[in-house]
Design a protein around this ligand. Structure first.
Ligand SMILES: Cc1ncc(COP(=O)(O)O)c(C=O)c1O
Length: 369
């Protein structure tokens, strides 16, 4: 790493070295030679059937409840357009995935953030809003290694939110793209385990195989699956069967599980480097989540911070940061920094956090500008 080079703490993407290119090439050849007539043709919008059957078996759903689309974000967009009437309230965690907030707003939702604690959303605050008479159409959550904070929702909270979804009649939309990237500890139940009839579960192969293939999916209650598939059909006819079949072939050959082990071995030291560097350089100037997996550590700088000030000073110090305000539906987030660690080497992470520590130090000395 050149000393003066800019470190991009903006890239929440897998690194190029994670892509199993030779294996995917083999899968692509097999798929084209053996299923070419099917995967090169128009096809039903729900997606490549063997992949849907695999996801159904994995989640205990019926195949008809599975819709495979062009990445999970597009399915979220279709779902939002389908469920949200103009002015309807949609809850997100606060902070939440910025693109999900955008998609919900674009569908006409009034997005309300429920404060995020270290172990998931503040359920008391949620219950208070609901008891106060607010009736959200949905609650969008990322329970495992959340984007942007890295936080993991406690099992009891998953159960309670699922119960509240049932009691108050909203859809809990749980988005799980990082769930399989757990570097320590054991899996927790999903929200869908507690209330399958009120939960839409979304996930994706973007972080497990390749985002460029654009293969994501939703597992929905039956009365939502049908209209979502119809909406997909009327929007793009079908997502790429070729790509879905390549992903399926990768799984069928038994290559996904060892690939996940490879990814965890690649990312675990990056997370450890991030946590150690934060302790060393920002211990008394910020608080942060300590995730056991995923792509991100979310950091909250102490004191009053203006986002413009932080971004400018970071740039001067050779750091590119994402504006934290985009993750906060209710406003605020000036002092929030999302730190993706998977696409940087441990050396870059250590240097980046050292620079961020200097920025935080200067800001605390000179105060907000
Ligand atoms: C929480 C979350 N959901 C969805 C996506 C997008 O996934 P896909 O590539 O499947 O559209 C991302 C990507 O960063 C994400 O962090």
């Amino acid at each position: 790493m050149a000393n003066g080079s800019v470190i991009p703490f903006t890239r929440g993407v897998p690194p190029a070295e994670s892509f199993p290119k030779a294996k995917l090439a083999e899968c692509a050849t097999t798929v084209l030679m053996e299923h070419g007539d099917e995967v090169l043709q128009y096809a039903p919008a729900r997606g490549f059937r063997p992949l849907r059957a695999h996801i159904a078996a994995e989640t205990g759903a019926h195949e008809d409840q599975v819709v495979v689309g062009q990445g999970s974000l597009q399915l979220l967009d279709l779902l939002a357009r389908m469920l949200v009437r103009p002015g309807a309230v949609a809850y997100t965690e606060e902070p939440s995935y910025d693109r999900a907030i955008t998609v919900l707003r674009r569908a006409g939702a009034q997005v309300v953030g429920i404060p995020l604690r270290d172990d998931g959303p503040d359920v008391e605050a949620l219950e208070e809003q609901l008891r106060g008479g607010e009736r959200p159409v949905l609650f969008y959550l990322v329970p495992d290694f959340q984007n942007p904070s890295g936080s993991v929702m406690a099992a009891a909270k998953r159960q309670r939110v699922a119960e509240l979804a049932r009691e108050y009649g909203f859809w809990a939309v749980e988005d799980l793209p990082y769930r399989r990237l757990r570097y320590r500890g054991a899996d927790l139940p999903t929200l869908r385990d507690f209330a399958p009839e009120r939960v839409v579960q979304m996930s994706s192969y973007s972080k497990l195989v390749s985002p460029g293939l654009r293969v994501g999916y939703a597992v929905l209650p039956p009365d939502l699956a049908e209209p979502l598939a119809k909406m997909a059909e009327d929007t793009y006819i079908n997502a790429s069967y070729l790509n879905q079949a390549i992903v399926y072939e990768f799984i069928r050959r038994g290559w996904l599980e060892p690939h996940l082990e490879y990814l965890k071995a690649l990312y675990r030291p990056r997370l450890e480097a991030m946590l150690a560097a934060l302790e060393e350089h920002l211990g008394d100037r910020a608080t942060w989540h300590r995730p056991d997996g995923g792509f991100f550590v979310g950091l909250y700088l102490n004191g009053s911070v203006r986002a413009e000030d932080l971004l400018r000073r970071a740039q001067e110090a050779g750091l590119r940061l994402t504006d934290g305000r985009g993750f906060f539906a209710n406003g605020g987030g000036d002092g929030f920094v999302r730190l993706p660690f998977c696409a940087l080497t441990p050396e870059e992470i250590r240097e980046g956090i050292r620079r961020l520590g200097m920025v935080a130090h200067k800001m605390s000395v000179s105060g907000p500008e």
